[in-house]
Design a protein around this ligand. Structure first.
Ligand code: ADP
Length: 179
């Protein structure tokens, strides 16, 4: 069985987690012929974590559920990708312990840029007070201190960011050309 791993993307809403993770998933499937599963934050919240809100407790529960599923996939050799804001450092380190083969990707993008992109119109609603406890506005985001990879989506293209992630996976021995 091929070695499973979890690529754990973390960053603000609109930072580029979904965009880069989908690109990375496509590359891993096509070039390395691996089974890939993405647990995207927005998708998880409509099924696995339906009904959970955005208090610290609910956010932690959401992340622990994602980590649990990721750990099952990882131990079965799947190239697993998670793309949820996952704002709290301590729960990300819990996820790291639960999963083992864990590669943390900090999707680093200044709040101003994310807010300007406002992909889903959520920042405008948060500023207007229609959404409470929005990460970066009136809820915390704790950046990783030692991520395996940092990508700056305001300075690098999505392709460059995805390439950096793939290179790290090769360097760590999770992807090999003859896979
Ligand atoms: P998130 O999943 O973190 O909420 P999304 O991937 O949904 O973020 O949105 C990121 C937005 O930023 C997209 O509209 C994407 O096209 C844009 N973008 C611009 N440059 C980049 C980059 N280098 N990497 C990723 N996304 C980028």
């Amino acid at each position: 069985m091929q070695k499973g791993f979890t690529l754990w993307f973390t960053g603000l809403s609109g930072a580029g987690k979904t965009t880069v993770s989908q690109m990375v998933a496509k590359m891993i499937r096509e070039k390395y012929n691996r089974n890939v599963e993405i647990l995207d934050g927005d998708v998880v919240r409509t099924n696995l974590s339906k009904g959970l809100g955005f208090s610290k407790e609910d956010r932690d529960t959401n992340i622990l559920r994602i980590a649990f599923v990721a750990s099952l996939l990882t131990r079965n050799g799947v190239a697993t990708i998670t793309a949820a804001i996952s704002p709290y450092r301590n729960i990300r380190s819990r996820a790291r312990e639960m999963i083992g083969n864990f590669v943390e990707i900090y999707v680093d993008c200044p709040l101003e840029v994310c807010e300007k992109r406002d992909v889903k119109g959520l920042y405008a609603r948060a500023r207007a007070g229609e959404i409470k406890a929005f990460t970066g506005i009136d809820d915390p985001y704790e950046p990783p201190e030692n991520p395996e990879v940092s990508i700056k989506t305001h300075e690098e293209s999505p392709e460059e960011c995805a390439g950096k992630v793939i290179n790290k996976l090769i360097e760590m021995g999770y992807l090999t050309d003859n896979n």
